[in-house]
Design a protein around this ligand. Structure first.
Ligand SMILES: [Zn+2]
Ligand SMILES: [Zn+2]
Length: 213
């Protein structure tokens, strides 16, 4: 496979460092080469005297250092690579707007840990299905902010709390949708929250009103 675009290499570096903590440059080279399925022939392509993929990875790192995402190296080009800070985990609960007490009322700590894991699983199942763009307006954190925004989005629970009974089983694809924080906030301005169709209709009519104005 040919080398991917710089933005993809940057996103991969951030993900790898999130996963592994700090890494020596040689391991970053290896993991990236494997991830993008670079053949021996691909790896042998040179840019001046250096392998091209290593040069690309170095430039990607320099950009990430400039953006404050990767820690500035003590000695240029050497040492371990690490993120400059901790990137917070994505929003933990499928819906930040659901009051914690509603789910956790009267349950033991063990149950709430299981609930946490279930919620995380449901969240990931929803995102594996829909992706990380806002379903209402199409906003993508990665497009807007680059690598730091990769895999970041709110997840909204579309079933009104008042209708949830004790036997309720969450369906991650029917009941959860990815929404950007703006659309999510607007959805919860009303009670019960706006549906996805309502949100889309609102965005559309507001945009049309702007064109006419
Ligand atoms: Zn949105
Ligand atoms: Zn919500």
């Amino acid at each position: 496979m040919p080398l991917p675009k710089r933005a993809l290499i940057k996103a991969a570096i951030v993900e790898i460092l999130q996963q592994h903590g700090q890494l020596p440059v040689s391991e970053v080279h290896e993991i990236i080469a494997e991830r993008f399925e670079l053949s021996e022939a691909d790896k042998a392509i040179k840019l001046t005297s250096q392998p091209q993929y290593k040069v690309e990875i170095r430039w990607a790192r320099q950009e990430l250092v400039g953006e404050g995402i990767i820690a500035r190296p003590a000695i240029s080009g050497r040492g371990h690579w690490r993120l400059s800070g901790t990137i917070n985990a994505p929003d933990v609960y499928p819906d930040e707007a659901l009051p914690e007490g509603h789910f956790f009322e009267g349950v033991s700590k063990k149950v709430s840990v299981n609930r946490y894991e279930r919620n995380q699983k449901a969240r990931l199942a929803c995102l594996a299905h829909y992706g990380y763009e806002c379903l209402a307006c199409g906003f993508s954190f990665e497009r807007a902010f680059g690598p730091l925004g990769k895999n970041h989005i709110h997840v909204h629970h579309t079933v009104p709390i008042s209708t949830i009974g004790t036997k309720y089983q969450l369906n991650p694809i029917k009941d959860l949708i990815p929404l950007c924080p703006n659309c999510h906030h607007m959805a919860h301005r009303l009670e019960p929250p706006l549906s996805l169709q309502d949100l889309k209709a609102m965005l559309k009519s507001a945009a049309e009103a702007l064109v006419l104005a």
